[in-house]
Design a binder for this molecule. Structure first.
Ligand SMILES: NC(=O)c1ccc[n+]([C@@H]2O[C@H](COP(=O)([O-])OP(=O)(O)OC[C@H]3O[C@@H](n4cnc5c(N)ncnc54)[C@H](O)[C@@H]3O)[C@@H](O)[C@H]2O)c1
Ligand SMILES: N[C@@H](CCO)C(=O)O
Ligand code: NA
Length: 441
């Protein structure tokens, strides 16, 4: 029998790639495609050729890339008809959704870092890709460089995931970390995160938790095999986190983190939420600094897994994009497509009021006999059990005012909200009631 001589990959037709966007992430993707050309050819089995780069305006410098590659006509680029892969690193909903759909209709596979689009309308994109028999890969959309989409989509797909909990937004982790460790002001820390290329084009997406909610929706859809959209996620951002919250956290031996918490309960219902939470200093998530992200995954058979690494920034995110690019290029070479969506389980999404967690409640009260007991009664009225109480004297007040910090045992959100409402009506309450959830043992 004759042995087939291996084909020289460089002699085969190239895998043609178009890049949409050449900003923080796109410029690094373009650099890597160019600089690693020989290795990529060997890894894929055919040469990867960057045939065009769409940008909003040609006013910027081209970062050492061939100026001929650049265009402002993204529509014409995705409609060429000869593209194998379109890498989308523009962001936002339109015109990107239309461009990606057009690329798919013209037979190109797509690699995207766009969590906002996937969380809002992943359904449309996945069904278009399924119909066209092309790939849609998105590792960079969740937690930057950290491999988390692929583990949820492939490695753990034979197991049953019950919990996913973690820090999935680099900008807010950077801000909270700076506020905690250096006492930085919120606005200064945000400006630094923008300068470092971590923040979204509109940083409201980061600081109001929309970005983390989009990532939570994508992870929940993968983990629980059911459709979860960004709008299904209970969301609070970090704009209300004050220096007083951070000081209270320190006093309780905790740090404040913006967490995404996804759970499958025994009845098969899912809860998906994003909000600031206290995490005890002893918990591994407390040690995640700067723009790093970390995600715990718990499954019935594997037990507890943890993924950690850079969650934002040009080069780390480009690493995830490149992993997807090589994967879809390899699929292309072999004439196959990777996994489509798995959303067969129609699970109920639990209302936030039914979710159970622990809480730190801070309330300023008149410092008089019987007030502590009256305050505790409000908690017991709503079936919320108090674990610890810390009392200090309030500063800068003329009358005798105490600050009570009450840490609860596990309680239902609706019960805790009833406690807050009743505390607000009591004559001994001297100001707004501050509540922060507590996660991690
Ligand atoms: N920056 C990060 O750390 C990071 C991490 C993970 C995922 N992402 C995602 O990657 C995507 C890009 O983020 P970025 O930080 O690189 O953004 P960026 O603002 O730095 O770059 C956006 C690029 O898109 C181009 N662009 C804008 N509108 C366009 C249009 N209509 N047609 C063609 N090009 C257009 C701009 O010219 C620019 O080159 C977003 O979806 C973002 O959520 C970013
Ligand atoms: N703005 C996002 C980029 C990574 O998705 C963040 O700060 O995490
Ligand atoms: Na990732």
């Amino acid at each position: 029998m004759n042995r087939l001589e291996p084909t020289d990959p460089a002699a085969l037709p190239p895998i043609k790639v178009a890049l949409l966007g050449c900003g923080v992430v796109g410029s690094q993707v373009a650099r890597l495609i160019t600089q690693q050309s020989e290795d990529l050819t060997n890894r894929v089995g055919q040469r990867i050729e960057l045939v065009g780069i769409a940008v909003r305006s040609l006013e910027r410098d081209f970062g050492g890339l061939d100026p001929e590659l650049f265009t402002t006509d993204a529509d014409a680029l995705v409609s060429r008809g000869d593209l194998d892969v379109v890498v989308e690193v523009v962001g936002g909903i339109e015109p990107v959704r239309s461009l990606v759909l057009k690329a798919i209709e013209h037979g190109a596979s797509v690699v995207t870092a766009n969590k906002a689009l996937l969380a809002q309308d992943g359904e449309t994109l996945f069904s278009a890709a399924e119909r066209a028999g092309v790939d849609l890969y998105y590792e960079a959309a969740v937690a930057g460089a950290i491999p988390i989409v692929r583990p949820l989509r492939e490695s753990l797909v034979g197991d049953e995931i019950t919990t996913v909990m973690g820090i999935v937004n680099g900008t807010t982790n950077y801000i909270l970390d700076q506020m905690t460790t250096t006492g930085a002001d919120f606005a200064d820390a945000l400006a630094q995160a923008q300068e470092l290329g971590y923040a979204e084009a509109d940083p409201t997406a980061d600081i109001e938790g929309f970005d983390a909610a989009a990532k939570a929706a994508i992870m929940a859809t993968l983990a629980f095999h059911t459709r979860v959209r960004g709008a299904d996620v209970y969301r609070e951002g970090i704009t209300q986190v004050s220096a007083a919250d951070i000081a209270a956290a320190r006093k309780a031996g905790c740090v404040v983190k913006l967490l995404a918490v996804l759970r499958l309960d025994d009845a098969g219902r899912v809860s998906v939420r994003v909000h600031p939470a206290l995490v005890p200093d002893s918990h591994p998530l407390a040690g995640i600094h700067g723009a790093y992200n970390a995600i715990f995954v718990e499954s019935r058979e594997a037990g507890r897994l943890m993924f950690m690494g850079p969650g934002a920034g040009g080069s780390p995110t480009a690493s995830a994009v490149m992993g997807d690019l090589v994967t879809v290029a390899r699929n292309r070479v072999r004439g196959v497509a990777g996994p489509g969506e798995s959303v067969y389980a129609e699970r109920e999404i639990m209302p936030m009021g039914e979710v159970e967690t622990r809480y730190l409640v801070r309330v300023e009260v008149t410092d008089e006999p019987g007030v502590l007991a009256a305050c505790a009664t409000v908690f017991s009225n709503h079936n919320v059990s108090v674990q610890t109480v810390d009392q200090t004297t309030a500063e800068n007040t003329d009358e005798q005012v105490a600050v009570l910090a009450l840490m609860t045992h596990l309680a239902r959100e609706s019960d805790l909200q009833a406690v807050v409402a009743e505390l607000g009506t009591r004559p001994f309450t001297r100001g707004p009631v501050a509540v922060i959830r507590v996660e991690g043992k």
